[in-house]
Design a protein around this ligand. Structure first.
Ligand code: ATP
Length: 352
């Protein structure tokens, strides 16, 4: 579907247009002091509008491989989506080669800055992490089923979950989302967009994506939030492990309590919730797409703690310990050690 055909949408989008000069002034000419960070498509700046509103501006780099259509997709999609667990899109600027996306400023930045940081992770106790997990699940469910459009995020990860002043989560970065009408839930692409470690095998190998790709990424995120470990090769007790293999082995051998981030200092009552969350994470990361639950089921599982959960089957990328340090392991390691790809062709990936 070519969304630019819709004239109503175009006028909606035009009403969100900001002058480049306004944003330039708001960000102090994109000064380094205002820079919040840098992603795959360019830098993000904090800005202050004249009406006092604080904004975050994504300035797409000139050499960004994101084309005009992708830029417009982001504008169109984000403008239509409103949910308390999504970052609010305020507008855009498109002048010459300059492309800017303007969002509400989210005070506490991204989740990865907390869960993977030994000092800051203590700020997220179990109740806060639980609230973040449930909020992300609701935001994703909205994208998949509740909004008028069916959106597959395709790049859900800890750095795309922002935290507001009360540590409520807001999903960011819809630039790579694809627009689907209801019923058209699956697609195939020859371009990979996303971040290794969060992408399911069917997407990496065949370019096949669906709402279940986001479910996979959500499962990885759950396990990261509980362990405080990134889904990549890491050393634990002198052994090389990947998060999914580690989680699966721990689950099978009933040692899953060992994988809980020590800073969570499990209080009585919460251990059961944490174990259930690991269980849900394993269901979401199953190799078999059909076996992975929908986000509606996941939200249901969180809302009804008495609901019996299915036994998970082996996760994708499960690496038996015999493969560790062998060629298989090296190949997986090469894939996972790339943090963000944003836009590579499958042929590039296979060639690696
Ligand atoms: N609306 C916002 N409010 C506050 N901080 C933000 C906002 N949007 C982005 N940031 C910050 O800017 C930084 C860069 O964001 P960006 O989305 O470009 O990068 P990323 O998610 O790390 O990478 P990628 O492009 O691969 O998604 C992040 O660290 C994030 O904390």
């Amino acid at each position: 579907m070519d969304i630019t055909d819709n004239t109503t949408d175009i006028s909606t989008v035009e009403s969100l247009r900001y002058k480049f000069g306004t944003i330039k002034a708001a960000t102090n000419d994109f000064s380094d002091n205002n820079k919040l960070g840098e992603g795959g498509f360019g830098s993000v700046y904090k800005g202050y509008l004249q009406n006092g509103q604080v904004i975050a501006v994504k300035r797409l780099s000139n050499d960004s491989r994101q084309g005009e259509i992708e830029f417009k997709n982001e504008v169109m999609l984000v403008a239509k989506l409103q949910h308390r667990n999504l970052v609010r899109f305020l507008g855009f600027s498109l002048e010459g080669t300059e492309r800017l996306l303007i969002y509400e400023f989210i005070l506490n930045g991204s989740l990865d800055h907390y869960i993977f940081d030994p000092t800051k992770s203590v700020l997220l106790d179990w109740n806060t992490r639980k609230r973040i997990i449930k909020g992300v699940a609701r935001g994703l469910l909205y994208l998949h089923e509740d909004s008028r459009l069916r959106i597959i995020h395709r790049d859900l990860k800890a750095s795309n979950v922002l935290l507001d002043e009360e540590m409520n989560p807001k999903i960011a970065d819809f630039g790579m989302a694809r627009l689907f009408k209801h019923q058209e839930t699956e697609g195939c692409t020859n371009r990979i967009v996303g971040t290794y470690g969060y992408m399911p095998p069917e997407y990496i190998l065949n370019g096949q994506f669906s709402v279940k790709s986001d479910v996979f990424s959500f499962g990885v995120l759950l396990l990261e939030i509980i362990t405080g470990q990134k889904n990549q090769y890491f050393k634990i007790k002198g052994r090389s492990e990947f998060l999914l293999s580690y989680a699966w082995n721990s689950w099978r051998y009933e040692t899953a309590t060992n994988m809980i981030d020590p800073v969570l200092m499990v209080e009585s009552g919460s251990l059961q919730e944490i174990m259930r969350t690991i269980h849900i994470g394993l269901l979401c990361t199953q190799n078999d797409i059909v076996e992975r639950p929908t986000m509606a089921s996941v939200v249901h599982m969180f809302n009804i703690p008495s609901l019996t959960l299915q036994i998970p089957s082996e996760p994708a990328f499960f690496i038996p310990s015999s493969s560790i340090e062998t060629n298989d392991f090296v190949n997986y390691y090469q894939i996972f050690s790339q943090s963000s790809v944003n836009d590579v062709t499958i042929s590039t990936l296979v060639a690696r």
